[in-house]
Each structure stands twice: as C-alpha cells, then as structure tokens.
Design a protein around this ligand. Structure first.
Ligand code: GSH
Length: 233
C-alpha cells in the first residue's frame, strides 16, 4: 500500500494521475495547505520542503520508503512498476531531462504566475509579467517538442504526466493555447484518458470555493526559513 499525501492542485495531480494510470492501491492522506498541515513536524520528516505531494511506499522489503518532489516520485513509481518509462539509457536520459525541465522551469513559472493571478491581481506588474512570460516561453518549448510527435517522449509517459497539469489550467492562468496548436492537441488527447480524469477529480471536494481567508494567506504567503523554524519549535 502507498500512502499518498495530497491536496488537489496541479502538483498533486501529477501523482494522482500516475497512481490511477498504474492501478496502484493507495491511501489518500489530505494535507490541507491552507491550514498549514505541511508544517507539521511529522509531515516534515517525509516532506522536508514543506510541500505536497509526498508518498510513503509500504510495499517494499524492510523500512517503508518515503519520496518527496513530484519528479522524484514519478521516477520512483515508474521504476517500481516498469510502466510509463522507457528504461533504455536513451529513454532514461530523456525522461530525466523532461522531469528536471518541468520542476526547474515550467513548475516555478506556472506556480508563481498562479500566485499573482489568483492572489495578488493588483500591482506587482513587473513580477506578474515576468512569470507570465516564463510560462509562455515554456509553452513554446513544449510546442516545438510536440511538432513531430504525439507525446513528449516516444510514447505516453511520466514526462507527459509531469508537464500536463499546469497546461490543463492555461486559460485560468490567462494564457490562450491558440498560438500553441500542438500543445492544445496534446492537452486535449491526454484529458480524454479515464485515469487522467480520475486523477484530476481526486479530492475535488477539498478544492477552494472562495478566496483565501486572512489566516490562510498568512500561512501560505511570505514563508521564510525563520517561519518554518518557528512552526517547529
Ligand atoms: N517542486 C515541488 C512543488 C510542490 C508544491 O509547490 N506544492 C504546493 C502545492 S501546489 C504546496 O504544497 N504548497 C504548500 C505551501 O505553499 O505552503 C514538486 O514538484 O513536488
């Protein structure tokens, strides 16, 4: 059994999609990031970056294995199951390139853009534009990659699963896909997969229906190293 520490956001969907695609049994453990559950000392032992997603795999010999960071989790699960990864040296190289690309480029760009679109719509023009441009640039990278192929690698893989969730919500992030027809087709093809629909629907009852309260804003924004220390003393 796999414990899955999750909250329904694009970073969480990367893993809910993979678990559903593989048909793995998992135990959903909601981490309410608006309530600050990501700072609990017990959670920090397995998620030292105070972010979800995290998994703990009990289906191993010896001590359970915990994994944090979505790219590492996807790579771990793909290796565990032998699914959605090409394990040739070239396949592994390309898989790692796109996992690192997503967590180092598209993810931070999209996550920061989402912050400005959803939580700081007034002011911060320079920062918002910078992240909107970076998100747009990353769509261009994907567009070029997809010009002669249906998926990021040769077949549907964890490289698609990690890049797709932040493209799913392009419109609410203020970015039309009209200029990116290859990305738009790839987005729509993957959206039709039943496991992907189940992954995105997971925990949808927890989704925010109102803007964050003052208390939630305090927890989610302006986190510093000191802040994390205070919460654990
Ligand atoms: N690089 C991380 C990013 C994870 C991440 O940013 N998770 C967000 C939710 S989308 C989170 O847990 N936020 C909690 C917080 O901001 O305190 C990954 O790819 O796993």
């Amino acid at each position: 059994m796999i414990d899955f520490y999750y909250w329904p956001t694009p970073n969480g969907w990367k893993i809910s999609i993979m678990l559903e695609e593989c048909g793995l049994e998992y135990n959903l453990i909601p981490i309410n990031i608006g309530k600050g559950e990501q700072f609990a000392p017990e959670f920090l032992k397995i998620g030292p970056n105070n972010r979800m997603p995290v998994i703990v795999d009990h289906d191993v010999e010896g001590e359970p294995v915990s994994v944090f960071e979505s790219g590492a989790i996807l790579f771990y699960l793909a290796n565990k199951t032998g699914k959605f990864i090409d394990q040739s040296p070239h396949g592994i190289k390309e898989t790692l390139e796109w996992l690192f690309w997503q967590t180092g480029n598209q993810g931070p760009g999209a996550g920061n853009l989402s912050h400005f679109v959803n939580y700081a719509p007034d002011g911060q023009d320079y920062s918002k534009t910078r992240y909107a441009n970076e998100y747009n640039r990353c769509l261009g990278v994907l567009e070029r990659r997809l010009q002669d192929r249906d998926y990021i690698l040769n077949t549907y893989s964890i490289a698609d699963m990690i890049c797709w969730p932040w493209v799913l919500i392009a419109k609410p992030l203020g970015q039309s896909l009209d200029d990116f027809p290859n990305v738009a087709k790839w987005r729509n093809d993957i959206k039709l997969r039943p496991a992907v629909q189940r992954g995105v629907d997971l925990g949808k009852e927890f989704r925010r229906s109102a803007p964050p309260t003052e208390q939630e804003r305090k927890i989610l924004f302006n986190q510093t190293a000191q802040d994390i220390k205070d919460k654990n003393n």
